[in-house]
Write a protein that binds this ligand. Structure first.
Ligand SMILES: *Cc1c(COP(=O)(O)O)cnc(C)c1O
Length: 370
C-alpha cells in the first residue's frame, strides 16, 4: 500500500491492498442468488474503499469483504447530505470475458459532481481502478445472458462535525449488485405522471450532478405518480413549469414522423451517459438529433396530430424504456398506441449489442476487464 504518481497523466495513484473475503459465498449459494436477483438487493462479496483526509489526501485504498461502515452519529453526511454517487455496469461477453461501458465517462462525471458538492475529487484513474478491482475479484457474480453487474461507486462526507462547511474527510467506496434481465420478454412501455406541483432542479442548483439529495427531493413526486396509477414521474422546468426536463432518474427522448429525435438540452438535467451514447449512435446512423426545449403542451399536441411517433426514457439501469402513456392534471394521452416503438427498440438493441460485445465498438466505449 502506498501513494505514488502515475507518470502518464500526473494524477495521484493509489495501490489497492486486496484482502479477499475469508469465507466467500459458496458456488451453490451464489447460483441460488443469481437465479432471480431483481434489482439492487443482492450484493457481491467485496467492496473497494478509499479514504480521504485533508492532511493525508487519498489513502488506505483497499478491496475487502463487504461490511458495515461504523459512523459516528455526528458524521456530516447524516446531517447535510454531502453525498454523490455513480452507476455503471459490467457485462459478460459470449466468450466469457467482461466489458465495462464508458467507465471513463462515469469517472469524469463523478469529479464534476464532487466539485459541485464541494467534495474532494477522486482522481479518475483511482475511480476506474477501484471499479476494475471490484469487478475482477467479484467477476463470478456477473450473470450470463442478458443479466449484468450494476456497479455503484459513491462518496460520503465522513468528518464528525455539526458545523456547516465542506467535510475535511471522505469515504469513496464501490459496491456491486448483480441484476437479472431487466425486462423479461422485452421492455414493457411505462406510464408517466407530469408533476406540476414539484420541480427537480433549478438553474444554479444541483440538477446536473448525481447527488443523493436530488433523489430524496424527487420521492414525493414519484409517490404522487404511483398514487395516480403511473410508473414514473416526469419533471418540468422550475421557471415556467412548461418544458420537459427528465424523469426522477432517466433522461427522455422524442421521436418524430420525419425520423428525427429531440431531447431536452443539458443545463439543469443530469448529463446521462446513455443519453450521450444514444445521440452519438443516432447521428452515426444519419438521424438528426436536436437538443432543444420541448413543452408539455407541444408534446400533447404532437401526440394528437401524429407528428410525435414515440417517446422513451433512458439510463444505465434500464437502458431504454418506451413511454406508452402520459398522465397529467390536464388529461392523459397515449403514444404509439401505448406500445414500444421501433426506433426506441432499434436504438436499444444497438446499444446493448455494443455493451455485450456483440457489435463493433466504433466509439471506443468498451473497456475489457477480463
Ligand atoms: C443517473 C441519472 C440519469 C441517467 O444517467 P446514465 O449515465 O445514462 O445512467 C438520468 N437522470 C438522472 C437524474 C440520473 O441520476
Amino acid at each position: 500500500m502506498g501513494v505514488s504518481f502515475d507518470k502518464a497523466d500526473g494524477s495521484l495513484w493509489l495501490k489497492f491492498d486486496v484482502q479477499p473475503k475469508a469465507d466467500p459465498t459458496s458456488d451453490a449459494d451464489r447460483a441460488a442468488k443469481l437465479k432471480d436477483p431483481g434489482f439492487g438487493r443482492v450484493f457481491t462479496d467485496h467492496m473497494a474503499i478509499v479514504r480521504y483526509s485533508a492532511d493525508k489526501g487519498w489513502h488506505s485504498a483497499r478491496v475487502e469483504s463487504r461490511a458495515n461502515f461504523p459512523l459516528d452519529p455526528a458524521t456530516a453526511v447524516l446531517h447535510y447530505a454531502q453525498e454523490i454517487f455513480e452507476g455503471l455496469k459490467a457485462y459478460r461477453r459470449d466468450d466469457g470475458g467482461i466489458n465495462l461501458f464508458r467507465p471513463d465517462a462515469n469517472a469524469k462525471r463523478f469529479r464534476n459532481s464532487a466539485d459541485r458538492m464541494a467534495m474532494a475529487p477522486v482522481p479518475e484513474a483511482v475511480f476506474i481502478e477501484a471499479v476494475e478491482q471490484l469487478v475482477h475479484i467479484d467477476h463470478e457474480w456477473i450473470p450470463g445472458g442478458e443479466g449484468s453487474l450494476y456497479i455503484r461507486p459513491f462518496m460520503i462526507a465522513n468528518e464528525v462535525f455539526l458545523g456547516v462547511k465542506p467535510s475535511a474527510e471522505y469515504i469513496f467506496a464501490v459496491i456491486a449488485s448483480p441484476v437479472g434481465s431487466y425486462f423479461k420478454g422485452g421492455p414493457a412501455p411505462v406510464s408517466i405522471w407530469v408533476s406540476e406541483n414539484y420541480t427537480r432542479a433549478a438553474v444554479g442548483g444541483t440538477g446536473a450532478v448525481k447527488c443523493g439529495g436530488n433523489y430524496a427531493a424527487s420521492l414525493r413526486a414519484q409517490a404522487e405518480a404511483i398514487e395516480r396509477g403511473c410508473d414514473q414521474v416526469v419533471f418540468l422546468d422550475a421557471v415556467e413549469h412548461r418544458y420537459i426536463e427528465e424523469l426522477g432518474g432517466m433522461n427522455v427522448f422524442f421521436v418524430f414522423d420525419d425520423g428525427s429525435l429531440l431531447t431536452p438540452p443539458l443545463g439543469t438535467i443530469l448529463p446521462g451517459i446513455t443519453r450521450d451514447s444514444i445521440i452519438a449512435l443516432a447521428k452515426e446512423a444519419g438521424t438528426p438529433v436536436r437538443e432543444e426545449a420541448y413543452s408539455i403542451d407541444q408534446w400533447r399536441a404532437d401526440a394528437a396530430s401524429g407528428k410525435l411517433k414515440e417517446a422513451f426514457a433512458c439510463g444505465t439501469a434500464a437502458v431504454i424504456s418506451p413511454i406508452g402513456k402520459v398522465c397529467s392534471a390536464k388529461g392523459d394521452f397515449t403514444i404509439n398506441g401505448g406500445a414500444a416503438g421501433e426506433v426506441a427498440m432499434g436504438l436499444r438493441k444497438k446499444l446493448v449489442d455494443i455493451q455485450y460485445g456483440r457489435a463493433a465498438d466504433n466509439h471506443n466505449w468498451i473497456k475489457k476487464v477480463l
